[in-house]
Design a protein around this ligand. Structure first.
Ligand SMILES: NC(=O)c1ccc[n+]([C@@H]2O[C@H](COP(=O)([O-])OP(=O)(O)OC[C@H]3O[C@@H](n4cnc5c(N)ncnc54)[C@H](OP(=O)(O)O)[C@@H]3O)[C@@H](O)[C@H]2O)c1
Length: 247
């Protein structure tokens, strides 16, 4: 089974993905930013399934911290086989006309630079030309990249647009290195991210705009990520999976 690093796995979609991947026997590096207790608790739970799991603190928008994170993962788990680029932030809702450069740069650095840096470190380890065995990357984008998140978070939506483009370009760059790069685009998923964006009950408010009439659970996204990482998806690269209830 593989050795997989998941960014932002202390809670939400990242933690759900860790549980699904552990149930399939993968060893896991659980990256977190601030919530050490949740990450430690998750690692204890995962270890009970018989896999190796470690929790590693890193702000993945910072280059040196990303390098340290991957080195720690190598040391404890061995050769990397997969990366789930999952972490992401929302900032309080506002219109574009109210946004200043500090907010825009913070959002883009946190949500976009981080994904590039983590891809770079994963490729260094997995590419055939570097002595690696190949592997798979799944980027977590958002339905917002298609829809734009008007009046709420156009900066966030634009950051996810960048992740979509990263997926398309990188999947072609590394296809002959035996690395597959795919993307999931969740819709409204029940996690604390909405509270961080200033509206804990956001899904309840918008549910009538979702064709299926309800938000989704993190496990639904986790299952799609696990499939994209698996051998069953060995001819799938540069793809987008919508997990948005038809939105
Ligand atoms: N929830 C949705 O409706 C939804 C919809 C579409 C797309 N998504 C995407 O799905 C992904 C996961 O979202 P979620 O809803 O599960 O979010 P969440 O519950 O808010 O969790 C966010 C995770 O990211 C981590 N994180 C934040 N800043 C970080 C940094 N600088 N470095 C490393 N880790 C950092 C957090 O770590 P700590 O807790 O340790 O601080 C946490 O583990 C994100 O990319 C998000 O954009 C979510």
């Amino acid at each position: 089974m593989g050795n997989i690093l998941i960014t932002g796995a202390s809670r939400g979609i990242g933690a759900a993905t860790a549980r699904v991947l552990a149930s399939k026997g993968h060893n896991l590096c659980i990256n977190y930013h601030q919530q050490k207790d949740s990450a430690d608790q998750l690692v204890k739970e995962l270890q009970k399934t018989g896999i190796k799991a470690i929790a590693v603190q890193a702000d993945v928008s910072k280059e040196l911290q990303v390098v340290d994170l991957f080195n720690t993962c190598d040391e404890h788990l061995g050769p990397l086989t997969g990366l789930v680029n999952n972490m992401g932030i929302l900032l309080p809702q506002m219109r574009v006309e109210q946004m200043d450069a500090q907010r825009i740069n913070c959002l883009l650095t946190t949500n976009v630079t981080s994904y590039f840096l983590c891809c770079r470190e994963a490729i260094k380890r997995m590419a055939l030309k570097n002595g690696g065995q190949g592997g798979a990357i799944v980027n977590v984008s958002s339905a917002a990249s298609r829809l734009g998140a008007a009046f709420e978070y156009v900066d966030y939506a634009a950051s996810k647009g960048a992740i979509d483009t990263l997926t398309i370009g990188l999947s072609k760059e590394v296809a002959l290195e035996a690395i597959r790069v795919n993307c999931v685009r969740p819709g409204f998923i029940a996690t604390n991210m909405h509270a961080d964006g200033g509206e804990p009950n956001r899904i309840e408010r918008v549910k009538d705009t979702i064709p299926m009439g309800r938000g989704g659970q993190p496990e639904k996204v986790a299952n799609a990520i696990a499939w994209l990482l698996s051998e069953e998806a060995s001819y799938v690269t540069g793809s987008f999976t919508e997990i948005a209830g038809g939105r």
